[in-house]
Design a protein around this ligand. Sequence first.
Ligand code: ADP
Ligand code: MG
Length: 595
Amino acid sequence: MGRIVQLSEQVSNQIAAGEVVGRPASVVKELIENSVDAGASEIAVVIVDAGRTLIQVVDNGKGMSIDDAQLCFKRHATSKISKAEDLLSLVTKGFRGEALASISAVAQVELKTREIGAQIGTKVVLSGSDEGEVEEVACQEGTQFAIKNLFFNVPARRNFLKSDQVETRHIIDEFQRVAMAHPDLSFRLQSNGSDLFNFKPGTLRQRIVAIFGSKYDERLVPLNESTDVVKINGFVGKPSFSRKTRGEQFLFVNGRFIKHSLMHKAIMKAYEGVLAPGNFPLYTVFLEVDPRRIDVNIHPTKVEAKFEEDQAIFAILRSTIKRGLGKHNVAPSLDFDTELSISIDPLPSNKIVEEPQVRINPSYNPFESKSSSRSSMSKVDFGGEVIEEANLDEFFKPNDSEEVFETIDSPKYFQFQNRFIITTQGENLIMIDARRAHQRILYEQYLSEGKGGEEEFSQKLLFPEPIELNSADTLLLLEASEVLSNYGLEIEERVEGGVEIISVPTGLAGKLQDCIDSVLEALRDGSWADKESRREKLAAVWAQAGAIPKTKKLSDEEMSAMIGGLFSCDSPATDPWGKSVFVVFNAKSIDDILG
Ligand code: ADP
Ligand code: MG
């Protein structure tokens, strides 16, 4: 007797469901995309308990006939394609006919639908892919799906779900992606009885503002480009408003949200030189390409895509954004040391070309002290926050690298390009990246202090500082609030949305937005799960937010404090992210270089 048996449709649907329906958010995505495909102009989503108990999607689209209402739950039942060639001219979101089959395999489903103009509607109730019950029903035109008790028959998956806040956050992400792609439709999302979003139909600009808040209106730079290979539309954010979170980046191809690392790179390249390190610009970019020249069929959840002409699109996308930014006067304002910069004036068309002038300050001596008020200096300012002189002693904790302190008694150091501190130590010449050094110093301070949540580690703000966040980020942050308060960051929910900062780790006042953005990023990238890595991550995040910028002119006192602080660290060689803090040259290595 053979061992192979063909799986029943029920079992194979359950297996397929694992891929299509990973969590409540995937159900929401599939259902609202179906509503868009059905030509709806109004789509309302209701979730209860982050979609565990109920996900309901109501649309005013074209509805289904009684036959279709039963057929739609069968695997590979779709009205959107009928032959392989149709895949090449896809205009709908769906095409696999898998979603409803998969969803109904792992939940209790109720469908009510009435075709436009039909006298009566159809109701289908089914549970875990059983045959279901069909009856006529009076209902409004369009389609309503109610998905109850998701994963009721797959306990492993049900238990695998994260907290309500995290699952709701995923739902919001999916909801926003579809809403962003279709600003001409009205979208509503209700969670446990209260409205999270209610988007009126409008322009893309209005939709972006509805999602992120009214402040965003002035931050947007429009894009508009049309070539044979690709059409580009949408908005990018002005670099000065970029944030430490990737949460404001949307890329669509032919109306479909995708993640595409090459296109992301193209966009980031356009911002080269104008973004603060570690910051991410907002973008909502729509690419339109010939459907025959793109493959969206890579994965069932369809957030990836392959372009035939990706190199060309890369170049066009990059230059379109670069030009857009330039037009809106947000082109690079180069931050080179003026003393060393070469200034070449633009060529006048009718003039004889003269030799470009190199402006050099002849009296510039890097070994000369620039600080005029050395002795009267009582405070050292590391860019925003002030370290009292008393704390400088703390900076120079007793340590065993005595020779370092000998060298810094009489300054044998200077700053290069407002970025590197050059110093000598014995036979060696050391070139230190000041920002990385500062991050390392702060990191070790936070790590050693943040252990027990001691009082002085955290500083209560005189006036709680409001941080505006969209409702999704608010939820995510509140979810982590208990842990955060153990690390010195105390937040509370605000009635008008967003959060309020009550207290912060010492030294971070004034950098709260960056701090919050970095935390949001950590919450998203999964490094949150394990306790020890969370502690390190937060210390690194605090250090990153608190450190001086990449380029900053430092006084002699600051340089000496930085050198001393760095070499009393446990691991001075790398910053908290593993990047090298300094390079060492000695006679031999210089000989090697010289050859
Ligand atoms: P796909 O979207 O890939 O075709 P689905 O399983 O998501 O597969 O849906 C199967 C079919 O059910 C669709 O092709 C469509 O004909 C029908 N359908 C699903 N949702 C709706 C809706 N909201 N309004 C009208 N028809 C729908
Ligand atoms: Mg579908």
